[in-house]
Design a protein around this ligand. Structure first.
Ligand code: GTP
Ligand code: K
Ligand code: MG
Length: 389
């Protein structure tokens, strides 16, 4: 009796010169399909399980208690301002030179590696907002795994609202990918939104997996494998994006993930040609600069402002013009009228009834709004006295 392999062999040889496709018996072809499918199913399950295992191990490695000093405590500094920006990069790319240039705060810069040995904080005022800048020691490849003091350095960056990845344009562009991988390995997600997956654990009822878009990267088998690795037997999993296994794991590991915007500061452009500079401008989220000469740092600050997505709220004394010189600056995820009140004084909310707001967040100019109302950038709110009526 001819085996499948025999038939494939015969078929490959093309029989009597006839069309190969026609000679292939339909029954064998469907067996082939099933075999491949079963193989993939097993592989998928395995892959899902392995990825989940790996993610769990990594998390344990990054938890300070089990890692022997993996936390950022040693390098952390007191936070000031409405947002903080951390500098990450290989040694001697010019982080400290940039720090001194942006903030006026001196941070030792020199031609030898590891000049900076601890976090150096500074501050920049931009659009009326105080923004903290953190110059950090250089990291090397393998930092996330404990090489050098990289883990403490990346742990500080993980608590920042924005990261500047500083790169030396005279070095290979592959350095960009290496640094990104270091951050990713530490649970930082670079210029990414959390995956659109709603996960709800339940006491019973098994796994209910739904998807609103076709899934091209992940099968239900893989999802089940990941869940089994996490010992989750009952849950609602609503997938609303073309998710990968890694996305699913990111949702399960949400507490150890930080979604942080990144700007690539491509430094030392004074050492390259105009043609090379042209190429650098094509890199997304990048800003070519020369820290030493102060070239294009204005554009870098503009990008910083854009990425931080801060909102300026101007106060307006009743019957007078708004005070445009000193806005109350709020972050996008904390910009309600309540946040605004708390930014002025904690006791305001207790007596609050309504606020009078002018600007893009309201339909009518002005409009009376409650504590939950979200304010937009450059809104005007009548002063605290008028909040109470
Ligand atoms: N040509 C040129 N050299 C620069 C520029 N910025 C910094 N440098 C030089 O690069 C060297 C390293 O600068 P640092 O600011 O100490 O670099 P760093 O990234 O803070 O280094 P570590 O703290 O050791 O990680 C110094 O010799 C600087 O003068 C620049 O824009 N152009
Ligand atoms: K240096
Ligand atoms: Mg330095």
């Amino acid at each position: 009796m001819a085996t499948t392999a025999d038939k494939v062999y015969q078929s490959d040889r093309g029989g009597n010169g006839e069309d190969t496709e026609d000679e292939f018996p339909p029954v064998v072809r469907s067996t082939e399909v099933i075999l491949t499918w079963q193989h993939n199913k097993a592989t998928s399950f395995h892959l899902g399980q392995l990825k989940a295992k790996l993610a769990k191990l990594k998390r344990e490695l990054l938890t300070p208690s089990s890692s022997g000093g993996g936390g950022g405590t040693g390098f952390d500094v007191a936070r000031t301002g409405v947002a903080s920006v951390g500098f990450i990069g290989f040694p001697s790319v010019g982080k400290s030179t940039l720090m001194s240039r942006l903030t006026g705060q001196h941070s030792e810069a020199a031609a030898y590696e590891f000049t900076t040995l601890t976090t150096v904080p500074g501050q920049v005022q931009y659009n009326g907002a105080n923004i903290q800048i953190l110059d950090l020691p250089g990291i090397i490849e393998g930092a996330k795994d404990g090489k050098g003091r990289g883990r403490q350095v990346i742990a500080v960056a993980k608590t920042c609202h924005l990261i500047f990845i500083v790169l030396d344009v005279n070095k290979p562009l592959t350095d960009k990918r290496v640094i990104e991988a270091e951050l990713e390995g530490f649970g930082i997600r670079v210029n990414k939104e959390p995956p659109n997956i709603v996960f709800r654990k339940k006491d019973k009822g098994g796994l209910a997996i739904t998807n609103t878009v076709p899934l091209t990267h992940i099968s239900h088998e893989e999802i089940k494998a990941v869940m089994s690795e996490y010992r989750i037997t009952s849950a609602d999993i609503a997938i609303r994006c073309d998710a990968t296994i890694d996305d699913l794991i990111d949702v399960l590991e949400a507490r150890s993930r930080s979604y942080i915007p990144v700007v690539y500061a491509l430094n030392k452009i004074d050492a390259i040609s105009i043609e090379e500079l042209d190429l650098l401008y094509r890199i997304p989220n990048a800003c070519p600069i020369s820290s030493e000469h102060g070239w294009n740092v204005d554009e870098l600050l503009e990008m910083m402002w854009e990425k931080l997505q801060l909102r300026r709220i101007y106060t307006k004394p009743k019957g007078k013009q708004p005070d445009y010189s000193a806005p109350v600056v709020l972050r996008k995820n904390a910009c309600t009228v309540e946040d605004f009140c708390n930014a002025i004084h904690k006791t305001i909310v207790e007596q609050f009834k309504q606020a009078i707001v002018y600007g893009r967040s309201v339909k009518h100019q002005p409009q009376r709004v409650g504590l939950g109302h979200e304010l937009a950038d450059e809104d005007i709110s009548e002063s605290q006295l008028c909040l109470l009526f």
